[in-house]
Design a protein around this ligand. Structure first.
Ligand code: ATP
Ligand code: SF4
Ligand code: MG
Length: 384
């Protein structure tokens, strides 16, 4: 059995629509150990939910895994039929959705809904299930659990409803909890409380957690590792420190510049990432971020960046600029160094096509080939 709880290899997943094939995941690989907390960040439509749901065998009717392998806890999810996956879903993997109001059934009491979750995958009697429901409410920090069990969702505050959703998700003692934007619908104070609760639960129960969010601040507080997604690809992966203090992809750098820094003495302007997300019906040939990247080079428009590793902690990115920097530091044939980080992944000989590194053949600004208006005029200069 794989040593990984989650082991996704080169997954490609498409949705088939009347307008054409939406290439939602393009060569996604991801590994996660037992008890690890992984953050998946990226803007709307980047494939965060699709990646996590495919682990539960949840793809819409028009969706299909068209390549690669998706394994969870030793099960090859991509090869299983719905009936087999159903035994795993809700037992070994649970999910918390963004909006607890739409996920809870308004006509059943909180008690009914948690008990149902407890009984569906176990052989507990009604009485045992009620006792477990009470226990779960206490675990997620809900006061007066006996009273709450008799209440309906509309009688609870937003924060409490989200706690109930977490209790339901924990009912089967999952090995992996997927939290899809679990705090987006809540106000800031309640968001912090829910994150604190999840942190406590992680320590107490030791389960793996995938935390999906577009908010880098959220992942910073609780994740071990972070996968940054863009247009259906993982463009950078690393530990929290790698991503926050040593980002190696231009999109990650853009994300970091666009979050407020409270510790700064003076107000600094937030820098938005300009431009539009990629049309996944017609994704670009090269780097998907190229139309919005201020450092775009010609090669970025025509060839997908190779994966490049930094150090031996698993940090990698897919960005031609890093390959160029390593090459210029004399790294690709020797002991490379990029931004003070040794490139252990070795950027294998030939990773940068020979023709691309010679002057005037790829690794210079892509100005002449950029679509008009793709990024502001004054930012088009790049060292080459
Ligand atoms: N059933 C579907 N049919 C067609 N396209 C789909 C379908 N489900 C998802 N997609 C597309 O797949 C891509 C990835 O979607 P996904 O829901 O994973 O994005 P996300 O990163 O979770 O975004 P958000 O932050 O908005 O939730 C998007 O372009 C989305 O439009
Ligand atoms: S430099 Fe090139 S490869 Fe790197 S993010 Fe920009 S467009 Fe993509
Ligand atoms: Mg989503």
């Amino acid at each position: 059995m794989s040593e990984y709880l989650v082991d996704i290899r080169h997954e490609r997943l498409s949705f088939f629509t009347p307008a054409g094939e939406v290439k939602a995941l393009n060569d996604v690989s991801l590994r996660m150990k037992d008890g690890e907390v992984l953050g998946i960040v990226g803007e709307s439509g980047s494939g965060k939910s699709v990646t996590a749901y495919s682990l539960m065998g949840l793809t819409a009717d028009n969706g299909k895994i068209i390549g690669g392998e998706v394994s969870f806890n030793g099960h090859r999810i991509d090869q299983m039929v719905e009936k087999e996956i159903r035994r795993i879903r809700g037992k070994e993997i649970s999910i918390i959705f963004q909006d607890p109001m739409t996920s809870l059934n308004p006509v059943y009491t909180i008690g009914n809904q948690i008990e149902e979750a407890v009984r569906v995958h176990g052989d507990k009697s009604r009485k045992e299930a009620r006792a477990r429901a009470r226990e779960l409410l206490e675990l997620v920090g809900i006061n007066e659990p006996d009273k709450r069990l008799r209440q309906y969702p509309h009688e609870l505050s937003g924060g409490m409803r989200q706690r109930v959703m977490i209790a339901i998700a924990l009912a089967c003692e999952p090995k992996l909890l997927i939290a899809d934007e679990p705090t987006t619908a809540l106000d800031v104070t309640i968001q912090a409380q829910i994150l604190e609760l999840m942190n406590e639960l992680k320590k107490k129960l030791g389960m793996g957690i995938i935390l999906i969010t577009h908010d880098l601040g959220v992942v910073a507080s609780m994740c071990d590792n972070i996968a940054v997604m863009y247009a259906g690809e993982i463009v950078e992966y690393g530990s929290c420190d790698d991503i926050f203090y040593n980002p190696m992809h231009e999109y990650t750098k853009g994300l970091l510049k666009s979050i407020p820094k409270f510790q700064e003495k003076e107000y600094s302007k937030l820098v938005p990432i300009e431009g539009q997300p990629v049309d996944l019906l017609n994704p670009p040939k090269g780097c998907p971020f190229a139309p919005r990247c201020r450092s775009c080079m010609r090669i970025c428009l025509s060839r997908k960046p190779e994966r490049m590793e930094f150090g031996d902690g698993g940090h990698y990115s897919r960005c031609w600029l890093r390959q160029k920097e390593a090459f210029e530091a004399g790294g690709l044939n020797g002991m490379p160094s990029v931004g003070g980080v040794t490139v252990a992944g070795a950027a294998p000989a030939g990773a940068i096509p020979n023709d691309a590194v010679s002057a005037g053949s790829g690794m210079e600004t892509a100005v002449s080939e950029k679509p008009e208006g793709a990024f502001p005029q004054e930012t088009r200069e790049v060292d080459s």
